[in-house]
Every structure is written in C-alpha cells, then in structure tokens.
Design a protein around this ligand. Structure first.
Ligand SMILES: [Zn+2]
Length: 250
C-alpha cells in the first residue's frame, strides 16, 4: 500500500480553489487567497465555466466573452499571486452536478494533489433577497463529491488510472457557506486592497459598478460574526472572510 499523499509539513501547502465562474473566487475569498499566496502556499484556480453567458452586451458572442473572461481571470489570479488557472470550459448557466462534471473535477484534483480545497456551498440555494446561481450550487455539490469519495477511491473512474492519475486524499475543505453555517474566520484586513484590485481585473463584469463598499461591508460583517462567536483573534479583526471548515483528518 503506497502512501498517496502523506503531507510533507516542510513543503508549502497546496491549495485549490474550485468555483463555477470567473470572478467567483475573487468575490468570495480573494483576500484569503492573497494572504495564503503571500505566505508561500501554492494555489491553483479551477473554473468550471468560463462565464460565457455573463454579458448583456450585444457585441459579445459567447466565444468572445469566454476569451475575455479567461484573460480577466488570469489577470486577477496574477494580482493575487496565483500562478496556475485551469478552465474546465463547461457551459455557463447549464452546469449540473452529474458524473461527468464530478469526473472532470476528480481528474484535476488527482493531477494537482491539493492539501486543501476551497469551494462553493451546495446547500445555499437562497439567502435573504438573494437567489443563488444554480451553477454555484451544482459546482459545490460536484466538488464535494469529487473530494469524497471519487478522488480518494481507486476503483472510481478507473479510466483515470489509465491516464496515470492515482487516487488522492484532500485533507481540508473550506466551503463558502452562508452566515448561519460558517465556523472559520480568516483575518483579511491586510489584503482587502488586493481583493479590490483583483476584482477590477474582471472589467467585463464590473462596468461602472465599483463593488468596494459592498465587499468592505461583507468583510466587516464576517468579522462581526467572528466576534459574536468569540472566535480566537476576532477582537483584532477589522475585515474577515468566513468559511465552513472541514478537516477530513488524513
Ligand atoms: Zn458565479
């Protein structure tokens, strides 16, 4: 029995953020990513779609929009200190958590062998006045199913073995959950400006809109939740990003 991925604690942690659309990672956890990258962690972004429906501008075909949004996503990753971006190029607004999607994500997990994965929340269908994009729900479900059990299990998707992709155990999961379910808070105060800068790279999505006030409010709210929970270090947090954290214990 070989040890697939006993973690060498002397090497940098490998992190993979896997989300549905270009700009999702930056909105949800851009400051955390910038912080981790500044600590030397090796981060890969995986985008389920290239956001080919995300414009009302009649000058954009889906193909042209895909190209634009992939360029914007690479630029945003660069701002945050992330060197590798993988596009799975499934169709925007048509993402489903079927076996094909699960297999694509399993493949990329086995290729990159992340210690930790950041993903969306498959249970967050609506909150307040906000209806969650169905791609976010589908991607969250497919990512969790890929982490456990299909990336881990040798006999699942056996053709991946033929591609040379051995099973891999992801140890930690950070889910971008709703306020009621978060239990892990990261102080992002020093990285808020980086998050703003990364969001600016998604110019096709921003138009004249500047999301900084909204992002600052979300981040202050997350820090406030941390304080109400007496989370360690919360007293010093001005801005935070919040997750549901799962340590699988491998
Ligand atoms: Zn999205």
């Amino acid at each position: 029995m070989t040890e697939h991925n006993a973690r060498d604690l002397n090497s940098p942690r490998r992190v993979m953020a896997i989300m549905a659309h270009p700009d999702d990672i930056e909105f949800i956890c851009g400051a955390t990513i910038a912080k981790w990258a500044s600590e030397g962690q090796e981060i890969t972004f995986v985008l389920g779609t290239s956001g080919d429906k995300g414009s009302d501008d009649p000058n954009y075909s889906s193909e042209k929009l895909m190209q634009t949004r992939e360029d914007e996503q690479r630029a945003a990753a660069d701002v945050l200190g992330v060197k590798e971006v993988v596009f799975l190029r499934m169709r925007d607004a048509e993402l489903v958590a079927d076996l094909e999607t699960r297999k694509k994500i399993t493949r990329v997990i086995r290729q990159h062998k992340p210690d930790a994965v950041v993903c969306q929340d498959p249970t967050a269908r609506f909150q307040g006045s906000y209806i969650q994009h169905p791609d976010h729900v589908a991607m969250g479900e497919a990512v969790l199913a890929a982490i456990y059990p299909s990336a881990r299990d040798r006999l699942t998707f056996p053709d991946l073995l033929n591609e040379g992709l051995e099973p891999h155990k992801v140890s930690e999961v950070y889910i971008a959950a709703g306020d009621d379910n978060v239990d892990h808070f990261i102080d992002t105060s020093a990285f808020l400006e980086k998050k703003f800068e990364a969001l600016k790279a998604h110019a096709s999505q921003m138009g004249d809109w500047n999301p900084q006030d909204m992002i600052a409010r979300w981040s202050r709210d997350a820090a406030a939740i941390a304080r109400t929970r007496n989370y360690p270090g919360a007293e010093e947090m001005e801005y935070a990003e919040a997750f549901k954290y799962i340590n699988i214990g491998y």
